[in-house]
Design a protein around this ligand. Structure first.
Ligand SMILES: [Zn+2]
Ligand SMILES: [Zn+2]
Length: 158
């Protein structure tokens, strides 16, 4: 995930607080901290990674709280869930950035993002061929990342 600017992260946090208030949920320091970890990261974090960051920040937040807060963030529309078939989920903030797709390395788990205008234009056309109205999509390409291939080839890739 492209790193959000300070203002974008603050904007998402503000929207999250509003969502909590609208749903009569208390704005707690733990919820705020979990949201900040996600909004300020440039990775697609797993629950384990989120807990690691919280610990590094010296915060004591239970796993149940992390899961509940993630659910609330997803409900609020500020967080996207990904299942890359690793047996756990990853999360990324929904920024105002354009639609992007993912390349997932099956060996090291690295997640790269790409944007392709031609692809984005093609999908509604394909859907239309099936008399289907396109609303949204997600595309994941699985394979070996550059670093892993490089290792296999002993540095032959340029
Ligand atoms: Zn992404
Ligand atoms: Zn890899």
């Amino acid at each position: 995930m492209a790193h959000l600017s300070r203002e974008e992260a603050a904007g998402l946090l503000e929207r999250f607080h509003r969502h909590l208030r609208d749903h009569r949920l208390p704005v707690t320091p733990q919820r705020t901290l979990i949201a900040r970890v996600l909004f300020e990261s440039d990775e697609h974090l797993s629950v384990e990674a989120i807990e690691r960051r919280l610990k590094q920040m010296g915060a004591r937040v239970g796993t149940a709280t992390v899961y509940r807060t993630l659910d609330t963030l997803v409900e609020s529309g500020l967080l996207r869930t990904h299942d890359f078939g690793e047996g756990f989920r990853r999360y990324e903030p929904v920024a105002s950035s354009p639609q992007h797709e993912h390349l997932v390395c099956l060996r090291c788990g690295a997640v790269h993002e790409f944007q392709n205008d031609r692809l984005e234009r093609m999908l509604p056309v394909i859907a239309d061929e099936f008399h289907f109205q396109h609303q949204r999509h997600r595309i994941e390409i699985y394979g070996l990342c550059r670093d892993c291939r490089q290792r296999d080839l002993g540095g032959l890739l340029k």
